[in-house]
Ligand binder design. Structure first.
Ligand code: G1P
Ligand code: ZN
Length: 543
Protein backbone atom coordinates (compact mmCIF):
# COMPACT_ATOMS: atom_id res chain seq x y z
CA UNK A 1 0.00 0.00 0.00
CA UNK A 2 1.29 3.43 -0.90
CA UNK A 3 0.33 7.00 -1.61
CA UNK A 4 -0.37 7.69 -5.27
CA UNK A 5 0.04 11.15 -6.76
CA UNK A 6 -2.40 11.46 -9.64
CA UNK A 7 -1.91 14.12 -12.31
CA UNK A 8 -5.09 16.08 -12.96
CA UNK A 9 -6.39 19.14 -14.76
CA UNK A 10 -8.54 21.67 -12.93
CA UNK A 11 -12.30 22.00 -13.39
CA UNK A 12 -13.57 25.54 -13.79
CA UNK A 13 -16.97 25.00 -12.15
CA UNK A 14 -16.16 24.00 -8.57
CA UNK A 15 -17.44 27.18 -6.96
CA UNK A 16 -19.38 26.40 -3.77
CA UNK A 17 -22.87 27.93 -3.65
CA UNK A 18 -25.19 28.79 -0.77
CA UNK A 19 -24.26 25.51 0.88
CA UNK A 20 -21.25 23.73 -0.60
CA UNK A 21 -20.64 22.35 -4.07
CA UNK A 22 -23.70 20.72 -5.63
CA UNK A 23 -23.76 19.01 -8.99
CA UNK A 24 -25.46 16.10 -10.69
CA UNK A 25 -24.21 12.68 -9.57
CA UNK A 26 -22.94 12.08 -13.11
CA UNK A 27 -20.65 15.10 -12.84
CA UNK A 28 -19.28 13.98 -9.49
CA UNK A 29 -18.71 10.56 -11.02
CA UNK A 30 -16.64 11.91 -13.87
CA UNK A 31 -12.93 11.10 -13.51
CA UNK A 32 -11.08 13.18 -10.88
CA UNK A 33 -14.03 15.53 -10.23
CA UNK A 34 -14.60 14.62 -6.57
CA UNK A 35 -10.88 14.07 -5.95
CA UNK A 36 -9.98 17.52 -7.27
CA UNK A 37 -12.46 19.25 -5.00
CA UNK A 38 -11.39 17.25 -1.95
CA UNK A 39 -7.73 18.04 -2.65
CA UNK A 40 -8.68 21.73 -3.00
CA UNK A 41 -10.33 21.53 0.44
CA UNK A 42 -7.32 19.84 2.04
CA UNK A 43 -4.84 22.24 0.44
CA UNK A 44 -6.88 25.22 1.61
CA UNK A 45 -7.67 24.31 5.19
CA UNK A 46 -4.07 23.40 5.96
CA UNK A 47 -4.92 21.04 8.81
CA UNK A 48 -1.83 20.16 10.85
CA UNK A 49 -0.59 16.60 10.29
CA UNK A 50 -2.35 14.20 12.64
CA UNK A 51 -5.58 16.26 12.86
CA UNK A 52 -9.00 14.66 13.23
CA UNK A 53 -11.75 15.02 10.65
CA UNK A 54 -15.46 14.13 10.78
CA UNK A 55 -16.99 12.54 7.70
CA UNK A 56 -20.54 11.53 6.84
CA UNK A 57 -23.40 12.18 4.50
CA UNK A 58 -27.11 11.92 3.96
CA UNK A 59 -26.86 8.48 2.35
CA UNK A 60 -27.87 9.58 -1.10
CA UNK A 61 -26.63 7.86 -4.24
CA UNK A 62 -22.79 8.02 -4.52
CA UNK A 63 -22.42 8.63 -0.75
CA UNK A 64 -20.70 5.32 -0.10
CA UNK A 65 -18.22 5.58 -2.97
CA UNK A 66 -17.38 9.20 -2.15
CA UNK A 67 -16.73 8.33 1.52
CA UNK A 68 -14.14 5.73 0.47
CA UNK A 69 -12.36 8.19 -1.82
CA UNK A 70 -12.28 10.88 0.87
CA UNK A 71 -10.98 8.46 3.52
CA UNK A 72 -8.11 7.43 1.26
CA UNK A 73 -7.31 11.04 0.41
CA UNK A 74 -7.45 11.99 4.09
CA UNK A 75 -4.95 9.22 4.83
CA UNK A 76 -2.69 10.47 2.05
CA UNK A 77 -2.93 14.02 3.35
CA UNK A 78 -1.82 12.99 6.81
CA UNK A 79 -4.93 13.21 8.95
CA UNK A 80 -4.46 11.23 12.15
CA UNK A 81 -8.05 10.14 12.53
CA UNK A 82 -11.40 10.31 10.77
CA UNK A 83 -14.65 9.86 12.68
CA UNK A 84 -17.05 8.48 10.11
CA UNK A 85 -20.74 7.77 10.61
CA UNK A 86 -21.68 4.09 10.39
CA UNK A 87 -22.53 3.24 6.78
CA UNK A 88 -21.14 6.65 5.85
CA UNK A 89 -24.22 8.30 7.34
CA UNK A 90 -24.42 11.44 9.48
CA UNK A 91 -27.18 14.02 9.35
CA UNK A 92 -25.85 17.53 8.85
CA UNK A 93 -26.70 18.66 12.40
CA UNK A 94 -25.27 15.41 13.81
CA UNK A 95 -22.01 16.03 11.92
CA UNK A 96 -21.89 19.51 13.42
CA UNK A 97 -22.56 18.02 16.87
CA UNK A 98 -19.75 15.47 16.49
CA UNK A 99 -17.23 18.07 15.26
CA UNK A 100 -17.97 20.19 18.33
CA UNK A 101 -18.17 17.40 20.86
CA UNK A 102 -14.83 15.86 19.90
CA UNK A 103 -13.12 19.17 19.06
CA UNK A 104 -12.06 17.96 15.64
CA UNK A 105 -10.26 20.14 13.14
CA UNK A 106 -13.34 20.15 10.88
CA UNK A 107 -15.59 17.89 8.89
CA UNK A 108 -16.74 17.01 5.42
CA UNK A 109 -20.47 16.57 4.86
CA UNK A 110 -21.79 14.86 1.76
CA UNK A 111 -25.22 16.14 0.94
CA UNK A 112 -27.29 17.99 -1.59
CA UNK A 113 -29.81 18.63 1.19
CA UNK A 114 -33.37 18.72 -0.16
CA UNK A 115 -32.41 18.21 -3.82
CA UNK A 116 -33.57 14.92 -5.38
CA UNK A 117 -31.17 11.97 -5.20
CA UNK A 118 -30.61 8.76 -7.17
CA UNK A 119 -28.31 8.18 -10.15
CA UNK A 120 -29.85 11.09 -12.06
CA UNK A 121 -30.18 13.31 -9.00
CA UNK A 122 -27.85 15.64 -7.20
CA UNK A 123 -24.83 15.13 -4.98
CA UNK A 124 -23.01 17.66 -2.86
CA UNK A 125 -20.04 18.18 -0.61
CA UNK A 126 -19.15 20.88 1.84
CA UNK A 127 -16.50 21.59 4.41
CA UNK A 128 -17.34 22.60 7.98
CA UNK A 129 -14.80 24.24 10.24
CA UNK A 130 -13.89 23.37 13.83
CA UNK A 131 -16.84 25.33 15.23
CA UNK A 132 -19.08 22.77 13.48
CA UNK A 133 -20.45 25.28 10.98
CA UNK A 134 -20.23 25.67 7.22
CA UNK A 135 -16.96 27.24 6.13
CA UNK A 136 -17.30 30.99 5.76
CA UNK A 137 -17.05 32.65 2.36
CA UNK A 138 -13.36 33.45 2.63
CA UNK A 139 -12.62 29.72 2.93
CA UNK A 140 -15.07 28.63 0.23
CA UNK A 141 -13.61 31.27 -2.10
CA UNK A 142 -10.09 30.02 -1.34
CA UNK A 143 -11.17 26.41 -2.02
CA UNK A 144 -12.60 27.54 -5.35
CA UNK A 145 -9.39 29.40 -6.22
CA UNK A 146 -7.32 26.34 -5.34
CA UNK A 147 -9.59 24.07 -7.40
CA UNK A 148 -8.75 26.12 -10.48
CA UNK A 149 -5.02 25.66 -10.02
CA UNK A 150 -4.61 21.97 -9.13
CA UNK A 151 -2.06 19.88 -10.97
CA UNK A 152 -2.44 16.67 -8.98
CA UNK A 153 -4.09 15.03 -6.01
CA UNK A 154 -2.88 12.43 -3.57
CA UNK A 155 -4.70 9.27 -2.61
CA UNK A 156 -3.80 6.27 -0.51
CA UNK A 157 -3.79 3.10 -2.55
CA UNK A 158 -5.73 0.63 -0.40
CA UNK A 159 -8.86 -1.53 -0.43
CA UNK A 160 -12.14 -0.02 0.80
CA UNK A 161 -12.72 0.26 4.54
CA UNK A 162 -15.68 -1.65 6.05
CA UNK A 163 -18.08 0.99 7.34
CA UNK A 164 -21.15 -0.99 8.32
CA UNK A 165 -20.13 -1.87 11.87
CA UNK A 166 -18.93 0.51 14.55
CA UNK A 167 -15.26 0.01 15.34
CA UNK A 168 -11.75 1.22 14.63
CA UNK A 169 -9.65 0.47 11.58
CA UNK A 170 -6.39 1.77 10.22
CA UNK A 171 -5.72 3.17 6.81
CA UNK A 172 -1.97 3.63 6.55
CA UNK A 173 -1.06 5.83 9.48
CA UNK A 174 -4.63 7.05 9.95
CA UNK A 175 -7.30 5.67 12.27
CA UNK A 176 -10.81 5.32 10.87
CA UNK A 177 -13.29 5.25 13.71
CA UNK A 178 -16.77 4.21 12.63
CA UNK A 179 -19.25 5.80 15.05
CA UNK A 180 -22.93 5.32 15.66
CA UNK A 181 -24.48 8.31 13.85
CA UNK A 182 -27.37 8.82 16.29
CA UNK A 183 -26.04 8.47 19.85
CA UNK A 184 -24.09 11.72 20.31
CA UNK A 185 -26.88 13.72 18.71
CA UNK A 186 -29.62 12.08 20.78
CA UNK A 187 -27.67 12.82 23.97
CA UNK A 188 -27.36 16.46 22.99
CA UNK A 189 -31.12 16.68 22.41
CA UNK A 190 -31.78 15.13 25.82
CA UNK A 191 -29.61 17.79 27.42
CA UNK A 192 -31.65 20.61 25.83
CA UNK A 193 -35.29 19.57 26.12
CA UNK A 194 -37.64 18.36 28.80
CA UNK A 195 -37.97 14.76 27.66
CA UNK A 196 -40.05 13.86 30.76
CA UNK A 197 -42.64 16.50 29.91
CA UNK A 198 -42.79 15.33 26.28
CA UNK A 199 -43.08 11.69 27.39
CA UNK A 200 -45.97 12.64 29.67
CA UNK A 201 -47.67 14.53 26.85
CA UNK A 202 -47.40 11.52 24.54
CA UNK A 203 -48.51 9.10 27.24
CA UNK A 204 -51.58 11.31 27.74
CA UNK A 205 -52.74 10.57 24.20
CA UNK A 206 -51.11 13.38 22.21
CA UNK A 207 -50.56 12.00 18.69
CA UNK A 208 -47.76 12.92 16.34
CA UNK A 209 -46.44 11.92 12.95
CA UNK A 210 -42.89 12.51 11.70
CA UNK A 211 -42.12 12.11 8.00
CA UNK A 212 -38.45 11.30 7.44
CA UNK A 213 -39.07 11.27 3.66
CA UNK A 214 -36.80 8.22 3.23
CA UNK A 215 -33.91 10.49 4.06
CA UNK A 216 -31.30 10.64 6.79
CA UNK A 217 -33.51 11.42 9.81
CA UNK A 218 -35.30 8.05 9.84
CA UNK A 219 -32.94 6.41 12.36
CA UNK A 220 -32.80 9.63 14.42
CA UNK A 221 -36.61 9.81 14.53
CA UNK A 222 -36.97 6.16 15.52
CA UNK A 223 -34.43 6.48 18.31
CA UNK A 224 -35.52 9.82 19.74
CA UNK A 225 -39.27 10.00 19.13
CA UNK A 226 -40.20 6.34 19.42
CA UNK A 227 -37.56 4.79 21.68
CA UNK A 228 -36.56 7.65 24.01
CA UNK A 229 -39.85 9.59 24.06
CA UNK A 230 -42.20 6.63 23.88
CA UNK A 231 -44.20 7.57 20.80
CA UNK A 232 -45.82 4.45 19.33
CA UNK A 233 -44.10 2.52 16.54
CA UNK A 234 -45.31 3.96 13.26
CA UNK A 235 -44.98 7.55 14.47
CA UNK A 236 -42.05 7.89 12.08
CA UNK A 237 -43.16 7.35 8.49
CA UNK A 238 -40.83 6.81 5.51
CA UNK A 239 -38.18 6.09 8.12
CA UNK A 240 -35.83 3.94 6.06
CA UNK A 241 -33.15 6.06 4.37
CA UNK A 242 -32.87 5.20 0.67
CA UNK A 243 -30.21 6.36 -1.81
CA UNK A 244 -32.91 7.84 -4.04
CA UNK A 245 -35.23 8.90 -1.19
CA UNK A 246 -37.83 6.49 -2.57
CA UNK A 247 -38.01 8.56 -5.74
CA UNK A 248 -39.28 11.55 -3.77
CA UNK A 249 -38.02 15.07 -3.41
CA UNK A 250 -36.83 15.23 0.21
CA UNK A 251 -37.90 18.82 0.83
CA UNK A 252 -40.25 19.30 3.77
CA UNK A 253 -42.78 21.72 2.34
CA UNK A 254 -46.47 21.53 1.50
CA UNK A 255 -45.75 20.41 -2.05
CA UNK A 256 -43.18 17.68 -1.56
CA UNK A 257 -44.15 16.31 1.88
CA UNK A 258 -47.59 15.48 0.50
CA UNK A 259 -48.00 12.20 2.37
CA UNK A 260 -47.67 13.98 5.70
CA UNK A 261 -49.84 16.85 4.50
CA UNK A 262 -52.62 14.40 3.59
CA UNK A 263 -52.42 12.84 7.04
CA UNK A 264 -52.39 16.19 8.85
CA UNK A 265 -55.27 17.61 6.82
CA UNK A 266 -57.25 14.34 6.79
CA UNK A 267 -60.03 13.11 9.04
CA UNK A 268 -58.80 12.10 12.49
CA UNK A 269 -55.50 13.92 11.95
CA UNK A 270 -52.84 13.72 14.69
CA UNK A 271 -52.15 16.72 16.93
CA UNK A 272 -48.74 17.42 15.49
CA UNK A 273 -46.90 16.65 12.27
CA UNK A 274 -43.37 17.36 11.14
CA UNK A 275 -41.00 16.49 8.34
CA UNK A 276 -37.31 16.86 7.70
CA UNK A 277 -35.21 16.98 4.55
CA UNK A 278 -32.50 14.91 2.85
CA UNK A 279 -29.76 15.70 5.35
CA UNK A 280 -31.90 16.45 8.40
CA UNK A 281 -31.33 20.16 8.81
CA UNK A 282 -34.73 21.44 7.62
CA UNK A 283 -38.09 21.09 9.31
CA UNK A 284 -41.73 21.65 8.56
CA UNK A 285 -44.14 21.96 11.48
CA UNK A 286 -47.85 21.24 11.11
CA UNK A 287 -50.73 21.24 13.53
CA UNK A 288 -54.01 19.47 12.91
CA UNK A 289 -55.19 21.03 9.63
CA UNK A 290 -52.71 23.82 10.20
CA UNK A 291 -49.44 24.91 8.58
CA UNK A 292 -46.83 26.81 10.58
CA UNK A 293 -44.89 29.24 8.44
CA UNK A 294 -41.17 28.72 9.18
CA UNK A 295 -40.70 32.42 9.94
CA UNK A 296 -43.47 32.18 12.52
CA UNK A 297 -41.97 29.00 13.89
CA UNK A 298 -38.72 30.83 14.63
CA UNK A 299 -40.64 33.65 16.32
CA UNK A 300 -42.68 31.25 18.47
CA UNK A 301 -39.55 29.35 19.51
CA UNK A 302 -37.86 32.62 20.47
CA UNK A 303 -40.89 33.80 22.44
CA UNK A 304 -41.18 30.48 24.31
CA UNK A 305 -37.51 29.56 24.57
CA UNK A 306 -37.41 29.63 28.35
CA UNK A 307 -39.79 26.66 28.47
CA UNK A 308 -36.95 24.40 27.32
CA UNK A 309 -34.33 23.56 29.97
CA UNK A 310 -31.42 24.24 27.60
CA UNK A 311 -32.69 27.79 27.06
CA UNK A 312 -34.13 28.51 30.51
CA UNK A 313 -31.51 31.17 31.14
CA UNK A 314 -32.80 33.15 28.17
CA UNK A 315 -31.66 33.98 24.68
CA UNK A 316 -28.68 36.29 24.03
CA UNK A 317 -29.95 37.43 20.66
CA UNK A 318 -31.59 36.17 17.50
CA UNK A 319 -30.70 36.24 13.82
CA UNK A 320 -32.62 35.65 10.64
CA UNK A 321 -31.71 35.70 6.98
CA UNK A 322 -32.78 38.84 5.14
CA UNK A 323 -35.74 37.30 3.24
CA UNK A 324 -37.10 35.68 6.43
CA UNK A 325 -40.12 37.52 7.84
CA UNK A 326 -39.67 40.10 10.56
CA UNK A 327 -41.86 38.15 13.00
CA UNK A 328 -38.83 37.26 15.13
CA UNK A 329 -37.74 40.93 15.16
CA UNK A 330 -40.93 41.73 17.08
CA UNK A 331 -40.19 39.07 19.66
CA UNK A 332 -36.61 40.30 20.04
CA UNK A 333 -37.85 43.87 20.52
CA UNK A 334 -40.19 42.74 23.26
CA UNK A 335 -37.50 40.67 24.95
CA UNK A 336 -35.04 43.53 24.64
CA UNK A 337 -32.46 41.42 22.81
CA UNK A 338 -30.64 42.14 19.54
CA UNK A 339 -31.86 40.78 16.21
CA UNK A 340 -29.40 40.42 13.31
CA UNK A 341 -30.30 40.32 9.62
CA UNK A 342 -27.87 38.22 7.56
CA UNK A 343 -27.69 37.06 3.93
CA UNK A 344 -29.29 33.76 2.96
CA UNK A 345 -27.35 30.66 4.03
CA UNK A 346 -26.43 29.24 7.40
CA UNK A 347 -22.75 30.14 7.09
CA UNK A 348 -23.51 33.73 8.08
CA UNK A 349 -24.84 32.75 11.51
CA UNK A 350 -21.64 31.04 12.67
CA UNK A 351 -19.67 34.14 13.61
CA UNK A 352 -22.62 35.59 15.53
CA UNK A 353 -23.03 32.38 17.51
CA UNK A 354 -19.30 31.95 18.13
CA UNK A 355 -19.18 35.51 19.47
CA UNK A 356 -22.10 34.78 21.80
CA UNK A 357 -24.26 37.41 20.12
CA UNK A 358 -27.10 35.08 19.16
CA UNK A 359 -28.62 31.91 20.56
CA UNK A 360 -31.41 31.26 18.05
CA UNK A 361 -31.48 31.76 14.31
CA UNK A 362 -33.54 30.78 11.34
CA UNK A 363 -34.50 31.11 7.73
CA UNK A 364 -37.81 31.18 5.93
CA UNK A 365 -36.67 28.11 3.99
CA UNK A 366 -37.69 25.71 6.77
CA UNK A 367 -34.45 26.18 8.68
CA UNK A 368 -34.31 26.79 12.41
CA UNK A 369 -31.50 26.26 14.85
CA UNK A 370 -29.47 27.45 17.78
CA UNK A 371 -25.97 27.65 19.11
CA UNK A 372 -26.16 23.99 20.29
CA UNK A 373 -24.57 23.21 16.90
CA UNK A 374 -23.58 25.38 13.93
CA UNK A 375 -26.07 24.04 11.41
CA UNK A 376 -29.80 24.34 11.20
CA UNK A 377 -31.40 21.38 12.85
CA UNK A 378 -34.66 19.73 11.82
CA UNK A 379 -35.29 17.36 14.73
CA UNK A 380 -34.16 20.01 17.20
CA UNK A 381 -36.99 22.25 15.96
CA UNK A 382 -39.46 19.37 16.21
CA UNK A 383 -38.37 18.69 19.80
CA UNK A 384 -38.53 22.38 20.66
CA UNK A 385 -42.12 22.47 19.47
CA UNK A 386 -42.98 19.31 21.39
CA UNK A 387 -41.41 20.84 24.50
CA UNK A 388 -43.48 24.02 24.06
CA UNK A 389 -46.66 22.04 23.40
CA UNK A 390 -46.04 19.88 26.48
CA UNK A 391 -45.55 22.92 28.69
CA UNK A 392 -48.34 25.06 27.29
CA UNK A 393 -50.98 22.37 26.84
CA UNK A 394 -52.45 24.17 23.82
CA UNK A 395 -52.78 23.11 20.21
CA UNK A 396 -50.32 24.27 17.54
CA UNK A 397 -53.00 26.46 15.99
CA UNK A 398 -53.89 28.07 19.33
CA UNK A 399 -50.25 28.86 20.02
CA UNK A 400 -49.80 30.53 16.62
CA UNK A 401 -53.03 32.51 16.87
CA UNK A 402 -52.09 33.59 20.38
CA UNK A 403 -48.69 34.66 19.12
CA UNK A 404 -50.23 36.75 16.33
CA UNK A 405 -52.70 38.32 18.77
CA UNK A 406 -49.79 39.39 20.95
CA UNK A 407 -47.29 40.52 18.32
CA UNK A 408 -49.35 41.05 15.17
CA UNK A 409 -49.01 38.80 12.15
CA UNK A 410 -46.24 39.07 9.58
CA UNK A 411 -48.13 37.60 6.67
CA UNK A 412 -45.58 35.84 4.54
CA UNK A 413 -45.12 33.75 1.44
CA UNK A 414 -42.37 32.64 -0.93
CA UNK A 415 -42.97 31.94 -4.60
CA UNK A 416 -40.35 29.85 -6.42
CA UNK A 417 -39.98 29.72 -10.17
CA UNK A 418 -37.76 26.69 -10.77
CA UNK A 419 -35.70 25.61 -13.80
CA UNK A 420 -35.84 28.94 -15.62
CA UNK A 421 -33.40 29.58 -18.46
CA UNK A 422 -30.45 31.39 -16.88
CA UNK A 423 -30.66 34.43 -19.15
CA UNK A 424 -34.39 34.90 -18.54
CA UNK A 425 -33.78 34.88 -14.78
CA UNK A 426 -30.83 37.25 -15.10
CA UNK A 427 -33.01 39.47 -17.29
CA UNK A 428 -35.67 39.70 -14.59
CA UNK A 429 -33.08 40.72 -12.01
CA UNK A 430 -31.42 43.24 -14.32
CA UNK A 431 -34.78 44.76 -15.24
CA UNK A 432 -35.69 45.14 -11.56
CA UNK A 433 -32.37 46.78 -10.79
CA UNK A 434 -32.72 49.17 -13.70
CA UNK A 435 -35.79 50.67 -12.00
CA UNK A 436 -34.14 51.24 -8.64
CA UNK A 437 -33.40 54.94 -9.09
CA UNK A 438 -36.95 55.84 -10.11
CA UNK A 439 -38.94 53.55 -7.78
CA UNK A 440 -38.64 55.24 -4.37
CA UNK A 441 -41.69 57.41 -3.75
CA UNK A 442 -43.78 55.71 -6.48
CA UNK A 443 -47.26 54.46 -5.59
CA UNK A 444 -48.83 51.16 -6.54
CA UNK A 445 -52.44 51.15 -5.31
CA UNK A 446 -52.19 51.35 -1.54
CA UNK A 447 -48.43 50.82 -1.47
CA UNK A 448 -45.76 53.49 -1.74
CA UNK A 449 -42.16 52.43 -2.31
CA UNK A 450 -39.89 53.55 0.49
CA UNK A 451 -36.58 52.11 -0.64
CA UNK A 452 -34.99 49.55 -2.90
CA UNK A 453 -31.51 48.09 -2.85
CA UNK A 454 -29.35 45.07 -3.48
CA UNK A 455 -28.78 43.71 0.01
CA UNK A 456 -25.24 43.70 1.30
CA UNK A 457 -24.01 42.62 4.70
CA UNK A 458 -21.09 43.56 6.84
CA UNK A 459 -20.35 40.86 9.37
CA UNK A 460 -20.30 42.58 12.77
CA UNK A 461 -17.69 40.13 14.06
CA UNK A 462 -14.99 40.02 11.38
CA UNK A 463 -16.02 42.97 9.21
CA UNK A 464 -16.23 40.88 6.03
CA UNK A 465 -18.62 42.24 3.41
CA UNK A 466 -20.99 40.15 1.26
CA UNK A 467 -22.69 41.94 -1.61
CA UNK A 468 -25.37 41.04 -4.14
CA UNK A 469 -27.52 39.15 -1.64
CA UNK A 470 -30.99 39.89 -3.04
CA UNK A 471 -33.05 42.77 -4.40
CA UNK A 472 -35.29 44.40 -1.80
CA UNK A 473 -38.25 46.67 -2.41
CA UNK A 474 -39.58 48.09 0.83
CA UNK A 475 -42.87 49.96 1.18
CA UNK A 476 -43.85 52.77 3.52
CA UNK A 477 -46.24 50.51 5.49
CA UNK A 478 -43.41 48.05 6.21
CA UNK A 479 -44.38 45.50 3.54
CA UNK A 480 -41.58 44.14 1.39
CA UNK A 481 -40.88 42.19 -1.75
CA UNK A 482 -37.51 40.49 -2.18
CA UNK A 483 -36.17 38.89 -5.35
CA UNK A 484 -33.25 36.44 -5.21
CA UNK A 485 -31.69 33.83 -7.44
CA UNK A 486 -31.12 30.49 -5.75
CA UNK A 487 -27.55 29.42 -5.09
CA UNK A 488 -28.25 25.73 -4.52
CA UNK A 489 -29.83 24.48 -7.75
CA UNK A 490 -28.06 22.39 -10.36
CA UNK A 491 -30.39 22.92 -13.31
CA UNK A 492 -31.18 26.29 -14.86
CA UNK A 493 -32.00 29.14 -12.51
CA UNK A 494 -34.51 29.36 -9.69
CA UNK A 495 -36.02 32.74 -8.97
CA UNK A 496 -37.39 33.23 -5.47
CA UNK A 497 -39.87 35.98 -4.68
CA UNK A 498 -40.43 36.65 -0.99
CA UNK A 499 -43.52 38.61 0.05
CA UNK A 500 -44.30 40.06 3.45
CA UNK A 501 -46.95 42.36 4.94
CA UNK A 502 -47.72 43.21 8.54
CA UNK A 503 -51.28 42.72 9.82
CA UNK A 504 -51.97 44.01 13.33
CA UNK A 505 -55.75 43.41 13.11
CA UNK A 506 -56.69 40.14 14.86
CA UNK A 507 -59.93 39.98 12.90
CA UNK A 508 -57.89 39.46 9.73
CA UNK A 509 -55.40 36.93 11.09
CA UNK A 510 -57.30 33.90 9.82
CA UNK A 511 -56.97 35.05 6.19
CA UNK A 512 -55.11 32.84 3.76
CA UNK A 513 -51.64 34.30 3.11
CA UNK A 514 -52.05 34.23 -0.70
CA UNK A 515 -55.23 36.27 -0.45
CA UNK A 516 -53.78 38.66 2.09
CA UNK A 517 -50.71 39.18 -0.12
CA UNK A 518 -52.54 39.34 -3.48
CA UNK A 519 -51.81 43.05 -3.93
CA UNK A 520 -48.07 42.61 -3.36
CA UNK A 521 -48.00 39.51 -5.57
CA UNK A 522 -49.46 41.57 -8.41
CA UNK A 523 -46.91 44.35 -7.88
CA UNK A 524 -44.08 41.81 -7.92
CA UNK A 525 -45.35 40.42 -11.24
CA UNK A 526 -45.61 43.88 -12.81
CA UNK A 527 -42.28 45.21 -11.60
CA UNK A 528 -40.36 42.11 -12.70
CA UNK A 529 -42.16 41.55 -16.04
CA UNK A 530 -41.98 37.95 -14.93
CA UNK A 531 -44.59 36.50 -17.26
CA UNK A 532 -43.26 38.23 -20.37
CA UNK A 533 -39.65 37.39 -19.57
CA UNK A 534 -40.06 33.77 -18.46
CA UNK A 535 -43.34 32.66 -20.01
CA UNK A 536 -44.40 31.36 -16.62
CA UNK A 537 -47.94 31.95 -15.36
CA UNK A 538 -47.57 30.33 -11.95
CA UNK A 539 -44.80 29.61 -9.44
CA UNK A 540 -43.49 26.03 -9.25
CA UNK A 541 -43.73 25.99 -5.46
CA UNK A 542 -45.63 28.31 -3.13
CA UNK A 543 -44.75 28.30 0.53
C1 G1P B 1 -31.75 27.58 -0.07
C2 G1P B 1 -32.50 28.42 0.94
C3 G1P B 1 -31.55 28.95 1.99
C4 G1P B 1 -30.81 27.77 2.62
C5 G1P B 1 -30.15 26.93 1.57
C6 G1P B 1 -29.52 25.67 2.14
O1 G1P B 1 -30.76 28.38 -0.71
O2 G1P B 1 -33.19 29.48 0.32
O3 G1P B 1 -32.28 29.68 2.93
O4 G1P B 1 -29.84 28.24 3.53
O5 G1P B 1 -31.11 26.52 0.59
O6 G1P B 1 -30.46 24.85 2.76
P1 G1P B 1 -30.99 29.04 -2.14
O7 G1P B 1 -31.38 27.93 -3.08
O8 G1P B 1 -32.13 30.01 -1.98
O9 G1P B 1 -29.70 29.71 -2.46
ZN1 ZN C 1 -30.77 20.26 4.19
Amino acid sequence: MSIKTVATTPFSDQKPGTSGLRKKVAIFRSPHYLENFVQAIFDTIAAPQGSTLVLGGDGRHYNREAIQVILKMAAAFGFGKVLVGQGGILSTPAASCVIRKYHTYGGIILSASHNPGGPDGDFGIKYNTGNGGPAPEKITEAIYARSKALANYRIFDAPDVALDQAGSFTLGGMVVEVIDPVTDYAELMESLFDFDAIRTLIRGGFRLCFDAMHAVTGPYGHEILERRLGAPAGTVINGVPLPDFGGGHPDPNLTYAHELVEIMYGADAPDFGAASDGDGDRNMILGRHFFVNPSDSLAVIAANARLAPGYAAGVAGVARSMPTSEAVDRVAAKLGIPCYETPTGWKFFGNLMDAGKVTLCGEESFGTGSSHVREKDGLWAVLFWLNILAKRGQSVEKIIHGHWAEYGRNVYSRHDYESLPGDAADGVMAHLKSQFTELPGKRFDAWQVKFCDDFSYTDPVDGSVSTGQGLRIGFVDGSRIVFRLSGTGTEGATLRIYLEAFEPDTAKHHLDAQLALAGLIAIAGDLSQLRARTGREQPTVIT
